[in-house]
Design a binder for this molecule. Structure first.
Ligand SMILES: C/C=C/C(=O)SCCNC(=O)CCNC(=O)[C@H](O)C(C)(C)COP(=O)(O)OP(=O)(O)OC[C@H]1O[C@@H](n2cnc3c(N)ncnc32)[C@H](O)[C@@H]1OP(=O)(O)O
Length: 270
């Protein structure tokens, strides 16, 4: 049951604590395979050369939005991942341990829903989850900034992105075990025909495909953001359209002509 004694707006500024999470090469390689790395991308899948994908950090930080759900700020079984931002400060080592702190940065009142922004900080990255929580709006709060425009006209790059049927079953082993990604009954409860792909898996698959198309190293990702506008099912074929400038790109991702990621942006450096 949701913590109805506490209106959604009262979670603003709520500290979610500090946590240290450790990982090994095996975790980083499993993650890379789950987001579509190929066996010949040795920097991503071979421990002797390993450069963890920066988006792997988001699995290390998944405890933070989960902690807010565990506090019943919203109903975890109904909430959807609405949007994500990642800023890389330092590369992740192939194995290590990272201490992170997290708080509820903002809560937006969307009427029928609330959007909870959870911010996670560490020496290697800053990340922000926006969790769309149906039934938690109408608390008299601010609606928040309007959605940023999607990629400008004049697409320069189109990339086909293949997802695969077992992808959500594999990705969940990397740290996000919400039932909607594996249990048909849980997926039906949110109106989906079968378990859906994790938004972060779709976003990371997009960042990997985009890096390949730009000729950038995927481990050189510096910034990434995107807004999840419709669910993706494992096995869907997606199309990424980007307007690029050097190693920066504004992008959208679509499934059969319907946008599934809007307002995407990625920047790769070295
Ligand atoms: C634990 C889960 C983990 C996961 O990985 S879940 C899988 C990944 N996520 C998804 O598949 C979600 C896909 N997105 C959707 O299905 C829909 O998209 C939503 C259900 C999230 C929202 O759709 P709708 O209910 O039709 O809302 P609206 O009428 O489009 O917008 C109502 C207000 O909510 C804001 N909003 C809509 N989508 C998002 C979003 N994705 N992130 C943040 N805010 C959002 C809008 O802007 C607007 O507010 P304004 O009127 O003030 O503009």
């Amino acid at each position: 049951m949701v913590n109805t004694d506490r209106p959604a707006g009262e979670w603003i500024g709520h500290p979610l604590g500090r946590r240290s999470v450790a990982w090994t090469e095996r975790d980083a390689i499993l993650y890379a395979l789950a987001v579509g790395a190929r066996a010949d991308e040795l920097d991503l899948v071979f421990e002797a050369r390993l450069r963890p994908l920066p988006t792997f950090a988001l699995t290390l930080a998944q405890w933070a939005p989960d902690a807010l759900g565990a506090l019943r700020a919203f109903e975890p079984g109904l909430a959807l991942h609405g949007a994500q931002r990642l800023e890389v400060l330092e590369p992740l080592p192939a194995r290590g341990e990272l201490t992170m702190t997290a708080e509820v940065e903002a809560v937006w009142d969307k009427g029928s829903a609330a959007v909870f922004d959870v911010r996670v900080e560490s020496r290697c990255f800053m990340a922000r989850w926006s969790i769309f929580a149906p039934g938690r709006g109408d608390f008299g709060g601010d609606r928040g900034p309007a959605a940023s425009p999607t990629a400008a006209e004049g697409d320069e790059l189109t990339v086909a992105l293949a997802t695969f049927p077992e992808q959500a079953a594999l990705y969940r082993l990397c740290g996000d075990r919400h039932a909607i990604h594996i249990d048909p009954a849980a997926a039906r409860a949110i109106g989906q025909p079968r378990p859906i792909l994790h938004g972060l898996c779709t976003l990371a698959t997009s960042a990997l495909g985009l890096a390949r198309a730009l000729g950038a190293h995927p481990a050189d990702l510096r910034k990434l953001k995107g807004r999840f506008t419709a669910p993706v099912l494992p096995g869907d074929t997606l199309e990424l359209r980007a307007k690029t400038s050097g190693t920066a790109a504004d992008f959208t991702v679509a499934k059969e002509g319907h946008t599934v990621i809007a307002a995407g942006h990625a920047l790769y450096g070295d």
